[in-house]
Design a protein around this ligand. Structure first.
Ligand code: NZQ
Ligand code: ZN
Length: 391
């Protein structure tokens, strides 16, 4: 295991009706004037936004609203939010929605206390300061409710890039699994896929002797594999939703990723797909992950074979461990299909003729120098071959 530091200061309130305490938590964490940030309308339709406003009013906390965050959130609304925060002297941002709303809130929180262009943070600058934020999560997927990360798409050039810093970890996150019951099946399944991807990106490591985190990741994967189909079959299954919601947080606040190198190439390769086609991040990952894994498994056949045996219940073939590794990847592929995720470019709405553009953006966009690194370093030729495996 490698040396590490771990800092995860977010206060979590989990369970039924917990959103009614939003006002109390804002007050507890110092907010006096709040910007409520939300998406395209699901929180208006469900009545959640009204309940949150009521909770703030009960605590006599002033607020302004900024809705309209799109999935794969854009820089334009971030600039608007930064201006609004400055103009209104906002001292707390409350994100009500999914990963896109939370990530947009994080970008605004960082930009509102920074003199330069907020995009500096998405070009590699660590976020040292930000307005405090709280979240009320409505979809289990991105894990942004407990992570120090934010992903934004710059409209000029359509670069989708991430920024990080402990300053943007939410002060509190309210997780009520019942709020996810209104999700369309496709979004639920995309969320399950994203959570599985966050676990795979950590499982694929070059670090040795990391059994504790291996076992934690395997446990979370087994939970997701079990609960995914249950919640697709019965969207109102609160208990399955609850297990998925907490697994989603655990998968990405890095408790299971400490002391080990991580991958993140599937995410990097997918981000170009959701930047170019505006597809759902989890759906893009369903197409990306099997292709990446089939391309890189020979780098550490035994790690893939271990995953196949421990998580997918494959029989270990000691004479041919490669066959076991590939059986595990096939099991993942079948699982993702079974929950309604796309399996190739066509089903995702991507085009083979765009592969050179995708590779160029991936390997050279926004300051990159020809390759992406992770479990395996991948150059232009590798990335071209991987995208071709998805066609
Ligand atoms: O905009 P509204 O109307 O709210 O609709 C949303 C949106 O259309 C809808 N939705 C959310 N909760 C709902 C609901 N519909 C009905 N009932 C509910 N309870 O679902 C759609 C997707 O929402 P979005 O926030 O985009 O989903 P998700 O949480 O998957 O976030 C995706 C974004 O997070 C980024 C992705 O790249 C993508 O941009 N990621 C962020 C990470 C992080 N900050 O740590 C890590 C991830 O790997 C990921 O890259
Ligand atoms: Zn993700």
């Amino acid at each position: 295991m490698e040396n590490f530091t771990f800092y995860s200061p977010t206060f979590f309130a989990f369970g039924k009706d917990t959103e009614k305490d939003a006002g109390k938590y804002v007050k507890r964490f110092g907010g006096t004037k709040v910007m409520i940030h939300y998406g395209g309308g699901s929180v208006v339709k469900s009545g959640l936004l009204d309940r949150v406003k009521k909770s703030l009013e009960n605590e006599k906390i002033e607020y302004v609203e900024l809705g309209g965050v799109k999935p794969n959130p854009r820089s334009g609304l971030v600039y608007e939010g930064i201006e609004l925060c400055k103009k209104e002297n906002i001292d707390f941002i409350l994100a009500v929605g999914g990963g896109s709303v939370i990530d947009s809130s994080k970008a605004i929180a960082a930009g509102a206390v920074y003199d330069g262009d907020f995009w500096d943070f998405y070009s590699g600058k660590w976020i040292e300061n930000a307005l405090p934020i709280g979240t009320i999560l409505t979809i289990a997927a991105a894990g942004s409710e407990g992570s120090p990360d934010s992903v934004i798409t710059k409209e000029e050039g359509m670069f989708k890039r991430g920024a990080s810093g402990n300053a943007i970890r939410p002060k509190f996150s309210i997780l009520n699994p019942a709020l996810t019951q209104t999700l369309p099946a496709y979004q639920t399944a995309a969320g399950v896929t994203d959570i599985l991807a966050h676990l795979h990106e950590r499982y694929l490591t070059n670090s040795k002797e990391v059994e504790v985190t291996d076992r934690l990741i395997e446990g979370l994967m087994l939970t997701m594999i079990h609960e995914g189909p249950r919640v697709i079959a019965d969207p109102n299954n609160y208990d399955a939703r609850a297990n998925i919601m907490w697994a989603g947080m655990m998968a990405h606040n890095n408790a299971v990723g400490v002391g080990r190198s991580q991958d993140w190439n599937s995410h990097n390769i997918e981000h170009e797909l959701s930047a170019l086609y505006d597809c759902t991040h989890g759906a893009g990952l369903a197409v990306t992950m099997p292709a990446v894994f089939k391309y890189v498994y020979k780098h550490d056949v035994m790690r893939f074979a271990k995953l196949a045996v421990r998580v997918w219940g494959c029989q270990m073939d000691f004479d041919n461990p490669e066959a076991t590794a590939l059986a595990g990847i096939a099991a993942l592929e079948n699982y993702l299909k079974s929950i309604g995720m796309p399996g190739n470019f066509q089903e995702l709405g991507a085009k083979k003729e765009d592969i050179p553009t995708l590779v160029k953006m991936l390997c050279y966009g926004d300051g990159r120098t020809g390759s992406i690194s992770g479990f395996v370093t991948l150059n232009e030729e590798d990335c071209t071959k991987i995208y071709n495996l998805m066609v």
